[in-house]
Write a protein that binds this ligand. Structure first.
Ligand SMILES: Cc1cc2nc3c(=O)[nH]c(=O)nc-3n(C[C@H](O)[C@H](O)[C@H](O)COP(=O)(O)OP(=O)(O)OC[C@H]3O[C@@H](n4cnc5c(N)ncnc54)[C@H](O)[C@@H]3O)c2cc1C
Length: 378
C-alpha cells in the first residue's frame, strides 16, 4: 500500500487540508496531539448542548472571508449577525461607566455560527468519517527525511513510535514548530529564528463567558458591547444565541497572562463579575454559569514566548521550506497566510494553498515495509 500523506494538527487548517486531499483521492492520516479536534476553536455548553459559547473564535466576516462563508454554506450551518442594537458602555480607569447611545456599528458586519464555531469542526469531521484516518492524543515530536519518505517520531499514551509519510502538511503554528519539532536534517538557523519571531495569533489571550436567565442588559437598552480601561475584561460583547433565549456575555480578558496565573481562575471570575455588575447592573452578579479559557496556559496553542500580550496584529507570510525538505513538507495553518493570517480565513486559505501546491508536485512514493517501531493503520 502506498504511504499516506500525513497532516499534522487537527485544527481548522489541518481538517480542511485533510478534506481537500481526500477529495483529491489521496490517502490521508491526520495526527492531533490533543484528545479533541478543533485547536483554537472551542465551543462549550452545559448538558443540554443547545447553546454553546465560543471560548476561542466567535466571528467571521462574510464580506471579507469568502472561504469561511463558503464552508459554512457547504456544511449547511446557520449563521447570524452579532447583536449590536443599543447603547455601548465605556468604563473609565476609575470604574465610572459612560453610556454611548449610538449603536456600535461593525464594518463589515461580523457573524456567528448557531451552535458555536465548533460546528465547523464537527461538520468537517463528519465528512472525513471512514475516509481519513484520524489519530488524536498523538504528539508529533520530530520529522526525519528519508530517501523515499518522511519519518515522523510520535508519542502517545502507550509510548514512542514512528510513522512513514509520502509527504507532510504541517499546520501547527511556527513558534510551536520551532520549539517542539526536532527536524532532521535541521532547518537553517535563520528560518528557525523567523519561526520563533512569528507570534501565534491570540495565543496569549483569555476569554470569559457568563450565561444568564435573561438578556437583562438588552431590556435596559444596552447592546452588551463595552470597552473598559479598567478591566479585567477589556472588551465585552453579547454572546446570546440567535433567539436571545440563552442569554450570555463574553469578554476578552485584558489582564496579562502573568497576572491571570498570579490571581488564579476563581479570583479572575469574581473580578469579571464585579466589572459586569459595575457596567450592566446588579443582575450581572448572578450568572447561571461562567467559564474561562486561558489560551496562554495551553502548551499546544501557546509557545513559551506567546505568553505575553501582543501590541498589534503581526504580518504573516507563507513561510519557506528549505532544501532538501522542499516538495516533501508543506506549510499551512493560519500563521502561514499572507492575506488573512491569524484568522479562520487564513487557516482555510493556507490549507488550500498548501494542498494545491502539494498536488501539483505529487510524485508516486513507493510502498515501503513498516519499520520495527511502526504500527499498522487500517
Ligand atoms: C480567544 C481567541 C479568539 C479568536 N477570535 C477569532 C475570531 O473571532 N475570528 C477569527 O477569524 N479568528 C479568531 N481567532 C483565531 C482562530 O481561532 C485561528 O485563526 C484558527 O482557529 C487557527 O486554526 P489553525 O488550524 O491554523 O491552528 P490551531 O487551531 O492552533 O490548530 C493547530 C493544531 O495543532 C495541534 N498541535 C500542536 N502541536 C502539535 C504536535 N506537536 N503534534 C500534533 N498536533 C499538534 C493543536 O493541538 C491544534 O489542534 C481567535 C483565536 C482565539 C484563541
Amino acid at each position: 500500500m502506498s504511504l499516506p500523506i500525513v497532516v499534522i494538527g487537527g485544527g481548522l487548517s489541518g481538517l480542511f487540508a485533510a478534506h481537500l486531499l481526500e477529495q483529491a483521492g489521496q490517502r490521508v492520516l491526520l495526527i492531533e496531539a490533543r484528545e479533541r479536534l478543533g485547536g483554537r476553536i472551542l465551543s462549550q455548553g452545559k448538558a443540554d448542548g443547545l447553546h454553546r459559547l465560543d471560548l476561542g473564535p466567535s466571528w467571521f466576516w462574510p464580506a471579507m472571508n469568502p472561504l469561511v462563508a463558503s464552508l459554512v454554506s457547504t456544511l449547511g450551518l446557520d449563521a447570524f449577525a452579532q447583536y449590536t442594537q443599543g447603547a455601548t458602555a465605556i468604563e473609565g480607569p476609575d470604574g465610572q461607566v459612560h453610556r454611548q447611545q449610538v449603536t456600535w456599528q461593525q464594518s463589515p458586519a461580523s457573524y456567528r455560527i448557531a451552535g458555536g464555531m465548533q460546528r465547523l469542526i464537527e461538520g468537517l469531521r463528519a465528512r472525513l468519517e471512514g475516509k481519513v484516518h484520524i489519530l488524536t492524543g498523538t504528539h508529533v515530536v520530530g520529522l526525519k527525511l528519508r530517501p523515499h519518505a518522511v519519518e515522523l517520531d510520535l508519542r502517545d499514551a502507550s509510548g514512542a513510535w514512528t510513522q512513514q509519510a509520502a509527504q507532510v502538511v504541517q499546520t501547527i503554528p511556527p513558534r510551536l514548530m520551532a520549539q517542539d519539532l526536532h527536524m532532521e536534517p535541521a532547518w537553517p538557523p535563520q528560518l528557525m529564528q523567523q519561526m520563533r519571531d512569528t507570534p501565534s495569533w491570540m495565543a496569549g489571550q483569555a476569554k470569559f463567558v457568563a450565561v444568564y436567565p435573561r438578556a437583562f442588559w438588552r431590556e435596559a437598552g444596552w447592546s452588551g458591547t463595552a470597552m473598559s480601561h479598567r478591566g479585567p475584561l477589556a472588551e465585552i460583547h453579547d454572546a446570546s444565541d440567535v433567539s436571545g433565549e440563552t442569554a450570555a456575555l463574553f469578554g476578552f480578558v485584558g489582564a496579562a497572562p502573568a497576572y491571570r496565573t498570579g490571581i488564579g481562575q476563581e479570583a479572575l471570575i469574581r473580578q469579571a463579575l464585579a466589572q459586569l455588575q459595575r457596567i450592566f447592573g446588579e443582575q450581572a452578579s448572578s450568572p447561571l454559569w461562567t467559564a474561562v479559557q486561558d489560551w496562554a496556559q495551553e502548551p499546544l496553542t501557546a509557545a513559551t514566548s506567546d505568553r505575553q500580550p501582543l501590541a498589534r496584529h503581526p504580518l504573516y507570510d507563507a513561510g519557506t521550506v528549505p532544501e532538501p525538505w522542499a516538495h516533501r513538507l508543506w506549510l499551512a495553518g493560519t500563521e502561514r497566510s499572507a492575506n488573512a493570517g491569524g484568522y479562520l480565513e487564513g487557516a482555510l486559505e493556507s490549507a488550500t494553498h498548501a494542498v494545491q501546491e502539494l498536488l501539483a508536485h505529487r510524485s508516486q512514493a513507493p510502498a515501503t515495509v513498516a519499520s520495527q517501531h511502526e504500527r499498522t493503520l487500517p
